[in-house]
Design a binder for this molecule. Sequence first.
Ligand code: CU
Length: 167
Amino acid sequence: MKFQSALKLITACALSILATAAFSHGDEAHPAKPPAAAKKEQKPWGIAGDDKSVTRTVTLTMTDNMRFSPDKLSFKQGETVRFVIRNQGKLLHELVIGTKPELDAHAAMMVKFPGMEHDEPYMAHVPAGKSGGLVWTFNRAGDFDFACLIAGHYQAGMVGKITVTPR
Ligand SMILES: [Cu+2]
C-alpha cells in the first residue's frame, strides 16, 4: 500500500515535470505570445495598471528617516495611478502596496530572509538617489497601506495610508 502511494507520487511528479517541459517548449515555439507577466492578478487593493490608462500621477519621496512623503493618499475607485518614487536616501528603499495584514506578513518574511527577492506589479525597488515607478489601478474601494518592507524599515515606521473611495 505504502509502496503504491509512493509510486503514485513519483508518477505525478514525473508527469508534472513533463507538463512543464512541454509548456516551456510550447512557449519557445510561439515567441509572439506575450510573456506570463501580461497576466494580471486581481488583488484586494487593485490590479496592475496600463500606462495608457493612467489618470493621475503621484510623486512620493522616500528618505533614510524611514518616511514617505506624502504618507497619506486618497483615490477614487477606478483611478489608474502612476507612482513616481524618488529615493532621496543613501539606502535602498521600496514601495509596496497592500492590505495591512498582507504587508505585516510580508514584512515578517523579509526579516527572516533579508536577501529574499520579491517583485510584483504592486511594488517598486528604488536604489539610493534614484527614481522608480509603478502603475496601479485602484479598482476596489477600501483602506490600504503602502510600505517599505526592507528589514528594519517597516518596523521603523516606513508606512503610509491609501484610502480608495467608492465610485
Ligand atoms: Cu526603506
